[in-house]
Write a protein that binds this ligand. Structure first.
Ligand code: SDX
Length: 439
């Protein structure tokens, strides 16, 4: 069997045969299809890239129909159960799990970068007290670019790894400082001898009277949640990371663009929207009316649906299990019962079943964060911290991929043909009265 497809252009009767690799054809091959020899040639039209592969990648594999998610070949459930976030971060960045010596060096390298310039603290002081933490995170990540001009040497592999370690080390600090700023509290310096998730909790809540906040079960739950959020192949924010990175903008500017994309309510901002939705529903007896509103298109069932998963998001299943462990320490967040009833109804209702709408990673995560004492505005920041690892791995893969170049899609122009300016537009020397102000 030949690995090709043959298409017939019925406008000319011409036949074209294209090679098939990885079950795809190269979009540039379509340009051979022309009516007249000097035509530009055919393009594909794919708004929102519903059916377009933008790259080859070795980082994450998803099978949306089977609900499979693997980082570098390892199943997400195995990684979440048996590894720590720094170990999985090493795996996603380097391609292999670290041996004990590599892990020690990796942890030491991240610790070295767990600090930010005093200027950055002053920069963050400039935000209003009620600034959204995602706005602070996006802006501060971009601002870091001004402190590390060496980062512009993006094709230097040592610079790449230096920036990767810097950002992974610093993003939890910026996130925690943003949280403390929004509470009107002083900053708590990182405690490098703590684990990555524990250190983040320390910077959020140390000296808090709520002893449970430093409970090891919560730190492990956060570690697991961080693992689940590390990467998800070519999602919206990763696409933004690759697009900005393709212009050779430095990784600080590129990751600011990625974080900005994540903030959208249809993407990483959904975990905050889920809590608002549950608060709006309020009680189980209000669920039928809310579901009716979804079917009438008045609002979405936030935390449900996915571009790729047409089955249960494997991360949602693990998060649901983790929630029970957290509630053992914090007390049960009643919203979990509301969420589970919403899920039960949605999974039996043909509107959702026919559209293959299942809970995604954002449906249960916010309920855990709230039980841990975090406000909804911080939820997307908690998504961004681990996703920085995925964004950076994808960025490095892009920069080092010889098949990649600056991203610049084409368009189908459907605007006006050429037209003449109305005679009333005859720009000449400035009129006397318009010059009056200059005298
Ligand atoms: C993330 O891509 C990733 O990998 C993302 C992510 C990652 O790790 O990076 O997994 C993280 O972003 C998870 C998604 C979080 N977002 C939400 O929970 C917001 C609610 N979900 C939807 O907005 C939606 O499901 C998307 C954005 C997630 C996916 O949108 P698609 O693939 O463009 O699907 P669609 O909008 O074309 O929907 C198909 C149908 C439509 O109905 P019809 O027009 O055919 O009648 O399903 C309906 C939609 O109206 N639909 C929903 C719905 N999601 C889709 N209806 C009600 N509630 C929803 N949540």
């Amino acid at each position: 069997m030949e690995n090709t497809v043959t298409v017939t252009d019925n406008r000319t009767g011409e036949q074209y045969t294209f090679p098939v690799t990885h079950d795809t054809i190269r979009a540039m091959d379509l340009r051979k299809i022309k009516v007249a020899p000097d035509d530009f040639g055919m393009m594909s039209y794919d708004p929102a890239f519903m059916n377009t592969a933008s790259c080859e990648s070795k980082i994450t594999y998803i099978d949306g129909d089977k609900g499979i998610l693997r980082y570098r070949g390892y199943d997400i459930a195995d990684l979440a159960e048996h590894c720590t976030f720094p170990q999985v971060a090493y795996l996603v960045i380097h391609g292999e799990l670290p041996d004990p010596e590599q892990e020690t060096e990796w942890l030491a390298a991240l610790r070295i970068h767990m600090g930010i310039f005093e200027n950055i603290k002053k920069f963050m002081e400039g935000f209003r007290y009620d600034a959204h933490p995602m706005g602070m995170l996006v802006s501060t990540l971009a601002a870091l670019s001004t402190f590390y001009p060496d980062a512009k040497d993006v094709r230097n592999s040592e610079v790449q790894m230096h920036c990767i370690r810097r950002i992974i080390g610093k993003i939890p600090i910026i996130a925690a400082y943003g949280y403390r700023h929004s509470k009107g509290l002083d900053y708590i310096s990182p405690e490098p001898k703590l684990g990555y998730a524990e250190n983040f909790m320390h910077m959020l809540w140390d000296r808090s009277p709520l002893e449970h906040l430093k409970h090891p079960v919560l730190a492990r739950a956060l570690d697991v949640l961080f693992i689940l959020h590390i990467d998800h192949e070519q999602n919206c924010s990763t696409n933004a990371m690759r697009a900005v990175g393709s212009s050779e903008a430095d990784p600080f500017l590129s990751i600011a663009g990625a974080a900005a994309a994540l903030a959208g309510p249809l993407h990483g901002g959904a975990n905050e929207e889920v809590l608002k939705m549950l608060d709006k529903i309020g009680s189980q007896e209000n669920i039928p009316e809310f579901i009716r509103g979804v079917k009438e298109g008045k609002h979405k069932l936030m935390g449900f649906g996915h571009r790729v998963y047409k089955n249960y998001d494997p991360r949602a299943r693990i998060i649901k299990r983790t929630a029970e462990e957290v509630f053992e320490v914090t007390g049960r967040n009643k919203k979990i019962d509301l969420a589970m009833e919403l899920e039960r109804i949605a999974l039996t209702d043909d509107y959702f079943v026919s559209r293959k709408l299942y809970p995604n990673v954002d449906f249960y995560s916010g309920i855990i964060y709230e039980a841990m004492g975090l406000e909804p505005q911080m939820f997307t920041v908690l998504f961004a911290i681990p996703r920085a690892v995925g964004w950076l791995a994808q960025w490095q893969e892009l920069i080092n991929d010889p098949a990649q170049k600056i991203a610049r899609p084409r368009q189908i122009y459907t605007g006006y043909e050429q037209r003449k300016l109305p005679d009333s537009y005859t720009y000449g020397a400035p009129s006397e009265e318009s010059l009056a102000y200059t005298r």
